[in-house]
Design a protein around this ligand. Structure first.
Ligand SMILES: [Zn+2]
Length: 167
């Protein structure tokens, strides 16, 4: 397993709609293992393939976090089946260093997709797990937290990022 470099905003791949995955090839199996390793080693609870530069519909997550590592979960071609209620969550993102903002999310979601073996799975989630699923599936739509932030907050972050890239 290898830790992959994480793509950061405003790299174009983060703003692209990712393509469905037709087949879980050996290359994809390796990518899945590397993404889980990368997620844990970066201290994250979720990672979407565009964040490692691959514009495909694949996410990994583990709501128990990088210390416990109890529930590594893979979803290929995830889709919402149900979205219920409203909650506000404060979120950050591995692709947006130093950035965080409040996001309006559904309280409970049901997501279907395929697992790493290509088997159909359905996950019913609330709390942190529901937030992670919505955050990661946003990435597959080319959406990041800056798209949820106020215009002012986004503009301030944009100038911060511009300055980093110059230095
Ligand atoms: Zn993210």
């Amino acid at each position: 397993m290898a830790k992959l470099p994480i793509v950061t905003y405003p790299e174009p791949v983060l703003a692209q709609k990712a393509q469905p995955l037709a087949e879980i090839t050996p290359e994809i199996e390796t990518l899945i293992k590397d993404m889980i390793e990368t997620m844990y080693e970066s201290d994250g609870v979720g990672l979407a393939a565009p964040q490692v530069g691959k514009s495909i519909r694949l996410i990994t997550l583990d709501e128990t976090g990088p210390k416990e590592r109890k529930n590594p979960t893979v979803l290929v071609n995830p889709e919402f089946v149900e979205q219920v209620g409203v909650k506000e969550s404060e979120e950050s993102c591995l692709s947006l260093p130093t950035f965080s903002c409040k996001v309006k999310r559904y309280e409970r979601v049901t997501v279907k997709g395929l697992n790493e073996k290509g088997e159909a799975v359905e996950i019913q989630a609330e709390g942190l797990l529901a937030v992670i699923l919505q955050h990661e599936i946003d990435h597959l739509e080319g959406k990041t937290l800056v798209d949820h932030a106020s215009r002012l907050k986004r503009t301030m972050y944009d100038s911060k990022v511009k300055k980093w890239r110059k230095d």
